[in-house]
Design a protein. Structure first.
Ligand code: FAD
Length: 388
């Protein structure tokens, strides 16, 4: 399928088409109780509203609605949409987080009901590289242009998945979502994909900007960024993952991979916001100019040659914060390597007793695993460790 065909698709649901597509799945899995909270959280992270009513999680999305109910010995899923692509998307929005968080259980989800054809994900947009700028020794900014980017212009959904096409390929390879909600690639040929933060978006100019932290031991995304040229093609899926929420006292913390998100959030804070931003980098040479309210103190933490993901700089910095006595007007946002992420998560929950809805914190990478290996391991490589 060519790029123009994808651009030409009307992604909105056809209101004249009154047909509703429905499917359901009953899955036997007695230990669902061990996984339910992180699964529901992961579903909500992907731009879905999850409401718990009468013991059932109701999931609302632009693509349609779903339910997730824990029952005797397992769980039941239902999905309903007015568009065949919407129902595949919803199945994926459920089956994806379940399969990832409970990866070691190798659950089989068998759907019953309407069967729809494999289709491109509704959220897929095609981008072309328009400029490449080295901001510092380890940061490369790449700007892209694309059509119909409105859905990505969200302060509450900062992240996206990039699909890196090999240069010179005759026909780009795009993932399809099948009737099981699974990703299938044409001719079984997958191209690499990775998660990045939208540093800046300007819908009118059709532009998205991503800041790539170039790390040693480069995987496919970093190699792609190091080799990028204008005209190169990537796909984008999303958006996902939460941004900051309004609060007077803001704390932001992360390593290079979170600097794009921290910079974007700092720019959006009201002028009277107060708090701290802690940013771990290799050295001063990678510090980037930031626009932020005068009351938010920026602390650059330098590893000074230590390998990324091996220091306790970030957890130590978060432990040093003097939090307001009343935590009602506090928000924390952060992202970093999995070990530091786990330590910070435990401190926020057990030390500070910050309510779960007062912070957004993601494990952005794992110091000994590529993204494919994280996905294969699931919860243990992504959720916080209870102890080190
Ligand atoms: C929500 C979210 C938002 C993110 N936003 C950004 C962003 O805006 N900019 C950005 O640069 N990254 C961002 N990341 C991190 C990025 O997705 C990972 O660093 C990714 O693994 C890089 O892919 P890769 O192909 O280069 O390496 P992979 O193939 O995934 O890994 C190869 C090797 O590199 C190591 N590695 C991976 N990442 C790093 C790193 N950052 N530093 C040192 N070693 C590493 C791994 O441990 C592995 O050994 C984000 C991640 C998440 C989950």
């Amino acid at each position: 399928m060519g790029l123009d065909l994808i651009h030409g698709v009307d992604w909105k649901m056809n209101s004249a088409n009154a047909r509703r597509y429905r499917a359901s799945a009953d899955v036997r899995f007695v230990r669902i109780g061990d996984y339910i909270d992180p699964i529901v959280e992961a579903i909500a992270t992907h731009d879905m509203i999850v409401e718990r009513r009468g013991g059932i999680h109701h999931i609302l999305s632009p693509f349609g609605n779903a339910t997730f109910e824990v029952c005797q010995g397992g769980f039941k899923l239902t999905v309903e949409a007015t568009d065949p692509r919407g129902i595949n998307h919803l199945k994926h929005a459920l089956a994806g987080p379940i399969g990832f968080i409970a990866a070691r259980e190798r659950l089989e989800i068998q759907w019953e009901g309407d069967v729809t054809e494999s289709a491109l994900p509704d959220d897929l947009r095609i981008l072309r590289v328009t400029s490449i700028e080295d901001l510092s020794p380890r940061f490369r900014r790449i700007a892209f242009k694309g059509e119909n980017l409105e859905r990505y212009d969200r302060a509450d959904q900062l992240h996206c998945r990039l699909i890196f096409q090999p240069r010179g390929i005759a026909e780009p390879l795009w993932p399809m979502l099948d009737h099981r909600g699974c990703i299938v690639w044409p001719e079984n040929t997958a191209v690499p994909t990775r998660v990045y933060t939208i540093r800046r978006i300007d819908v009118a100019r059709k532009e998205i900007v991503i800041d790539f932290a170039l790390h040693a031991n480069a995987g496919p995304a970093t190699r792609w960024a190091m080799d990028a040229r204008t005209g190169d093609v990537v796909g984008i899926l999303g958006p996902a993952a939460n941004g900051s929420k309004p609060a007077k006292f803001q704390v932001l913390a992360g390593d290079e991979t979170a600097l794009p998100g921290i910079a974007r959030i700092l720019e959006s804070l009201p002028r009277d916001a107060v708090g701290h931003a802690f940013i771990e980098l290799d050295s001063k040479a990678d510090e980037l100019p930031l626009t932020c309210p005068a009351g938010v103190m920026v602390h650059w933490l330098h590893r000074d040659g230590a390998a990324a993901g091996t220091t306790t700089l970030l957890p130590d910095a978060v432990r040093s914060i003097r939090w307001p006595e009343n935590l009602d007007d506090v928000f924390f946002w952060g992202g970093c390597e999995h070990t530091a992420f786990s330590a910070i998560y435990r401190h926020l929950r057990n030390g500070v007793a910050l309510p779960r809805d007062s912070f957004v914190l993601y494990s952005h990478w794992h110091r000994s695993l590529s993204e494919e290996q994280i996905i294969a391991r699931g919860a243990e490589a992504y959720l916080p460790h209870q102890s080190q």
